[in-house]
Design a protein around this ligand. Sequence first.
Ligand code: SAM
Ligand code: SF4
Length: 433
Amino acid sequence: MSEKLIYIKSYGCQMNVYDSNRIKDLFLDKGYKITDDVNKANLTVLNTCHIREKAVEKVYSDIGRIKKIKDTNKDMHLVVAGCVAQAEGNEIKKRSPVVDYVVGPQSYHKLPDMIDELEPPLNSDFLQNEKFKNLIYNSSKISSEFLSIQEGCDKFCSFCVVPYTRGPEFSRPISDIVSEAKKYVSNGVKEIILLGQNVNAYHGATDDGKSKDLAYLINKIAEIDDVKRIRYMTSHPIDMKESLINAHAENLKLMPFLHLPIQSGSDQILKKMNRKHTVDDYLRIVDKIRNVRPDIAMSSDFIVGFPDETDKDFENTMKFIEKVKFVIAYSFTYSSRPGTPAQHKDNVELSVKKARLSALQSLLTQQQVNYNKSFLHKDMEVLFEKKGRYENQFIGRTIYNQSTFINSKEKLLNKILNVKITNSTNYSLECQA
Ligand code: SAM
Ligand code: SF4
C-alpha cells in the first residue's frame, strides 16, 4: 500500500502554528508523511482562525477550492480544525458537506481516532487537560520553537471571540512544560517562545500542587543549559506582575522584547472594550519595565473603528503611540464577531476605519524605521533561524526580535553570532559577521 500524505494549512496566530505542529506529530506517528501539495494529500487539515471576519471568509473560499480537488482525488479526507470549527461546527457541516471532520482547538488529539471512525466526526469539547497529555511533541524547527503553556481566556473583551472558541483559562503544569522544552533543545533548538492567549496570566502547578507564575516558569526554563533565548506572548496589561517585570532585569536569557496589546489609546473606548485597564495603567507598566530594562523593545496591538470611536478617541491613540514609541505593532480595523457583546454596535463607517488604520500604520512604520536605523553600524547578537530567498542568504532575529539578514558562505543556520549592522530597511536589518 502506498504511504499516506497529510497537508496542513495554518491560519491566524502562533498558537495555531503550534497546534498544527502537534497535529503533524500525531499523524507522523501514525505513519503519514507531510506534503506541501494539497492535490496529492490523503488528509487535508485546515487549522482555522475566527478572530476577524476576513480570516473566516478565507477558510470558506479554501473549502470551495479543495472541493474541486476532492472531486478528482476521491481518497482525500477534509478536516476543519481550529477556532472556526469550534464556533461554527454544525454550520460548516451543513454549509459544506464536503468537510468530513470538524474538530475544535481543545480536542484535536482525538483526530486520528475520528478518522479511524472510533470517535464521532465532530468534536468541540473543551478537553485541555486530556489534550496536552495525549499530544506528541517533536521539534518542527531547528532554532526556535513555540511552546503553548496557557490556553483560553476569562477576560471577555467585548470584541473578542477567544473566550468562546478557546474556552476558559487553563495553565499547563510546570514539569510538563519543562520536559517539552528539554525535548526541543535536545534536537538543537536554542530559543523557546512561550505561548498563551494571556500568557502572563499563567498560573501552572508544580509537582507538589503549588501554583506558580510566569516569572517562575521562565526562570525554570532558563535553568536548562541549552536554552539560550526565551520569549513569551501575548501578554495582557492587567497581568503584568512585578515578578515578570523584574525577570526582565534579572534573567539574561529572557529577551528584551514585550508584546503588550493596548487596543486603543482612549479610556472611553478601553472601557467599552471591557479591557479592565486605562491608558495610564499601561504607561505605568512601560515606565516600570523601562526602569529595570531601559532597552526593552515594546510592541502592541491596536483596533481602530471600534463602535462609537470618535476622531478625538483616535487622536488619543495616535498621541499614545507617539508617547510610547513602538518598535513594531499589529493593527486592525474592528470586525464585528458573532456572539460577542459588541457584535451589533459596528457603527464607524468603513471609509473612516480605513483612513484611521492607514494613518496609524504610517506612524507605526515611521517608528519602526527610526528604531531600525538607530542600530546602523552597531554590533548585535543574532540567532540565524532559516535560509533566505537567495543563495548564501540567512535570516535571523536580534535580541529585540528584528528580522536580520546576512550573506555568507559559512553555515550559519542555528548559530548565535555577534554581527555588525550594515544597512536598515523598513522592516529588517542587514548585517555582516
Ligand atoms: N490576548 C491578547 C490581548 O489581550 O490583547 C490578544 C489576542 S487576539 C488573538 C490578537 C489580536 O487580534 C488582538 O490583540 C486584537 O488587536 C485583534 N482582534 C481581536 N478581535 C478583533 C476584532 N473583533 N476585530 C479586530 N481585531 C481584533
Ligand atoms: Fe481576547 Fe481580550 Fe482575552 Fe485577549 S484578553 S484573548 S483580546 S478576550
